[in-house]
Design a protein around this ligand. Structure first.
Ligand code: FAD
Length: 509
């Protein structure tokens, strides 16, 4: 069978007959299925910038299936294999050029079991939006830490970090799992926790798919609220915005349940400007309220407070008034809505539906850039990047909000800047409609310019969802964690067959 795969590496996979497909399937003895050639889906990702030709797409139906595939690949001389979550990477991270793709979504419904009163076992291939719906509707419970968009898989976000406006309190999603089932690069199926196979547990969290394929995760839960008061307020000065948002995240329990922020352009531009702030068609952004001293960009603090149905609405008003009291936003530029908890967490789904209708979701490239920038340097970053390089916006949201280091476990593989507080900066670019063209190239060049300027100015930053071409750059990214990362690779995937799309290691023949 391996010889067969390898022969196909030299031939055109797409020309192979269905008989061949079923013979591979048989020799692997999978319960799931294999699709050889024509695996267009598996050769693309949300970024829409890179595309490759994988040799086959495997839809496993159990961890055993995954282990069989990994073992078969490790017996070959040069094949590689990548787990594909929902393919929402930007730079080909879940691809395997002339390799095998394991479609984790095919096992998405494999597990769903509430364990005790505050954990749920879910499949590595489950979408977070499905986890949300089942937890809330069947048990009145919900995971504590989220991403903004939930059309991502559990394994995909745990391989990176998984952050949103709850992370200041609970840490990233990687800080909110207590047990994993993992198929290592040797094809072993192992359960791991903080105390059992702990090196694998921490290695896989934020491990960019390098050490194993997550087939099950035990996720921490909290009691789900019914409703959310969702509020946006506007600042003209970065100093005031950052002072207030840092105050809110450092108050931890005595604060909002969600704290984020974004930068927008001080203009009437439909996408990048004032109209991006109101949350309801009935609300209007009154630009006359912006002081004449304001610069090219403005800042929006976005917060949310959970509450239960049947409570006294005036209590919510009182808490919100107390939490917002003393903050330095422009008084008249405050927007708020009350929405259901699920409606709040699924808010980006509505944007996705609109973008799909406009051809901005699947049909266009997304040269996004995500960075973690230390508090020490965020004001310089604002000056250099938001106020100058990006003063006309990025065609989509420019998120900026703080995270607390003490909520991140330094035993995981995630890399963050120095200091107790750092900001996530997410430049969620949507180029004007059309195929990959000059606009996209310009955006990619601008991303490079931002990284170059930050490096030159000595800004303490790390790429989130990193993407590098060379060994040297990866080494620099990991810094003093590089040795540990390499040692973990040697222990769990010694032949470097896993996640080749990250371009960190080269397959050992
Ligand atoms: P994929 O892109 O399919 O895979 C990503 C990497 O993980 C690959 O290396 C792959 O091999 C590996 N992998 C996938 N599944 C597994 C598994 N089961 N076991 C081991 N390795 C695996 N991130 C945030 O933190 N917060 C956000 O708010 C946020 N919002 C986003 C919104 C959108 C619209 C998009 C496109 C991305 C967003 N992201 C966000 C980034 C997102 O978390 C990552 O891109 C994530 O990797 C995507 O998950 P996925 O399931 O699509 O993974």
């Amino acid at each position: 069978m391996i010889e067969y795969f390898e022969r196909l590496l030299q031939n055109d996979a797409e020309s192979k007959s269905k008989d061949d497909v079923s013979s591979i399937c048989k020799s692997l003895d999978l319960q799931g299925s294999i699709e050889c050639g024509a695996t267009v889906l598996a050769g693309k990702d949300f970024g829409g910038i890179h595309s490759v030709k994988p040799f086959a797409l495997i839809r496993p139906s159990s961890p055993d299936d995954v282990a069989r595939v990994v073992k078969a690949v490790s017996r070959s001389s040069n094949l590689t294999v990548a787990a594909r979550g929902n393919g929402h990477s930007i730079n080909g991270q879940s691809m395997a050029d002339r390799g095998l793709i394991v479609d984790m979504r095919s096992m998405g419904d494999d597990h769903f079991e509430v364990v005790g009163s505050h954990c749920v076992d879910v499949s590595g291939g489950a979408l977070w939006e499905d986890v949300l719906k089942r937890c809330v509707l069947e048990y009145g419970l919900a995971p504590r830490s989220w991403t903004d968009y939930l059309g991502l898989t559990v394994g995909g976000t745990l391989s990176n970090a998984g952050v949103s406006g709850q992370a200041f309190r609970f840490g990233p999603q990687t800080s909110n799992v207590t047990e994993l089932e993992v198929v290592t690069g040797k094809g072993d199926v192992l359960t791991c926790t903080e105390s059992e196979n702990s090196e694998l547990f921490f290695g896989v969290l934020g491990g960019l798919g390098q050490f194993g394929i997550i087939t099950r995760a035990r996720v921490l839960l909290e009691s789900a609220p019914d409703m959310v008061r969702w509020i946006r307020v506007v600042y003209t000065e970065f100093e005031e915005f950052s002072r207030d948002i840092e105050l809110l995240v450092s108050r931890e329990d005595d604060s909002f349940d969600y704290v984020e922020g974004f930068v927008f352009v001080n203009s009437d531009d439909q996408i990048n400007g004032w109209p991006s702030v109101p949350m309801d068609p009935a609300q209007r952004f009154d630009q006359n309220r912006i002081p004449g001293t304001a610069g090219s960009v403005l800042y929006c603090l976005e917060v949310a407070l959970h509450y239960k149905n049947g409570g006294d609405p005036s209590i919510v008003d009182t808490i919100v008034r107390k939490l917002l009291g003393g903050l330095g936003f422009v008084e008249e530029l405050k927007f708020q809505v009350d929405v259901s908890y699920m409606g709040f967490l699924l808010r980006v789904k509505r944007a996705e539906e609109d973008a799909k209708a406009n051809g901005m979701w699947e049909d266009c490239p997304h040269p996004w850039l995500n960075l973690f920038v230390s508090k020490r340097d965020i004001a310089d970053f604002d000056h250099m990047v938001f106020k100058n390089i990006l003063k006309r916006g990025v065609g989509g949201p420019m998120l900026v909000y703080p995270l607390l280091r003490n909520k991140w476990d330094n035993r995981t593989s995630v890399v963050i800047p120095e200091g107790e507080l750092f900001y996530i900066v997410a430049l969620l670019r949507f180029p004007p409609l059309g195929p990959k063209g000059p606009e996209v190239e310009k955006m990619i060049a601008q991303n490079h310019e931002i990284i170059k300027c930050c490096s030159k100015k000595g800004i303490d930053f790390k790429q989130y969802l990193p993407h590098y071409q060379s060994h040297e750059e990866w080494k620099r990214h990991f810094g003093n964690q590089w040795t540990r990362f390499v040692e973990r690779k040697a222990s769990f995937d010694p032949m470097a067959i896993l996640a080749p799309g990250q371009k960190i290691f080269t397959r050992t023949p």
